[in-house]
Write a protein that binds this ligand. Sequence first.
Ligand code: 5GP
Ligand code: MN
Length: 345
Amino acid sequence: MSTISELKELLAQPRQIFITTHHKPDADALGSSLGLAGYLRKKGHHVTVVTPSDYPNFLAWMPGNEEVVVYEPRENDAQVRDIIGRAEVLFCLDFSCLNRINELGEYIRHAPGKKVLIDHHQDPEQFADLDYSNSKAAATAELVFEVIRDLGDQELIDTGIGECLYAGIMTDTGSFRHPSTSRNVHLIIAELLSAGINLSDVHRRIYDSHSEERLRFLGFVLKDKLTVLREYNTAYIAITADELRQYHSKTGDTEGLVNFALSIEGIVFAAVLIDRNQAIKISFRSVGDFSVSDFSRRHFEGGGHHNASGGISREPLDTTVDRFLSLLPQYQTQLVTAPLAAAPP
Ligand code: 5GP
Ligand code: MN
């Protein structure tokens, strides 16, 4: 962990700044990037946010969205390489390994500017000059808030920046229900409320702005695609590329599916496996002691957090599902339903 004075020194004069985040950015990835970008622009820096891929429409309300450069290898590779090459400071937010952001990762690794990592995933790769990672943080947006506050600039967090950060914390804590929802998180939300954020608007923009088609897709998935394995307290959903096409599935439409599988009483391990053509993308979630980050690291080239992780498989969907199922018996003793604390009297 670097000291805040090192960052203060680096930002003491107006800089060319590049900010990026992980592939298929979620609300924490984009919210922490645009929140930080809004702050740095107020400090007089020249900031470009580049995402390694497109992101869901329900994030497009975030201030600064119009200036985001979405990296498209066949369209703007030269432009993005130029931005990276000219950057004096490169912020990497909400991911911990450069190999998770395709070609961009290598461009960043070889960039001449100073690299700053702000992230909350486990086992960060050591590539940054300054590192403000903390795997105990609920969200990268929480860490971005703290960095701005510790730089002595909390009063620069306005409603727009605050709503970006709020969106990241809200979604990564599962709307303040995961065990990562600390006292610190709630104190930060109190500060964001003082900055004027409208939390119900943010909630509606993110959770209640889906298409009708997405809801019908959800209905189909829950009715026809969900498998519950009581002997392993496990539930999973496997979706083919054809099914995605049939429902005109767009970026973000499958987000949150895995939580439905986990919402069944007694289920402690949930997986969603989706055929994305180039590879099978897998999301894992758990409640309690079973570590899905260990599971995905060990078996699916993945990682993430103790209770939320992801990985990939390069085999066909049905082979991947068979392999997933064949792994469960060796974890059976760990896949036990987490007892709830006794209800208060
Ligand atoms: P999601 O299921 O929402 O895509 O991802 C859950 C968590 O696991 C996120 O924190 C994400 O960064 C991490 N994650 C998802 N896919 C991968 C992967 O392929 N590799 C690694 N190392 N982490 C992943
Ligand atoms: Mn995050």
